[in-house]
Ligand binder design. Structure first.
Ligand code: ZN
Length: 86
């Protein structure tokens, strides 16, 4: 038999950080929800859920809604624009 096995065909590296394999305990409903979120891929769904929860937790800029608010309640760009228009 030929041993010419094709490896890594058409799978671009999307993530710069190394992935770690973890065993997780999930109920069926959570698995289905996360799978749907990840387009059929459970790991992708978990990453997306984590990403979204970070965005939800962070305060948002009162002008553009970006999740990088500072003391002023605005992001750096909007704060600068507000200062210029004064
Ligand atoms: Zn902003």
């Amino acid at each position: 038999m030929g041993s010419s096995v094709k490896k890594g065909v058409g799978k671009p590296t999307l993530y710069k950080t190394a992935m770690k394999r973890k065993n997780v305990m999930l109920d069926l409903e959570t698995i289905e929800t996360l799978k749907a979120l990840g387009g059929g891929n459970l790991s992708e769904g978990i990453r997306k859920a984590a990403e979204q929860s970070v965005h939800w937790t962070l305060p948002m800029c009162s002008v553009c809604g970006e999740s990088v608010a500072r003391k002023s309640g605005m992001c750096e760009d909007c704060e600068m624009l507000a200062r210029q228009s004064q």
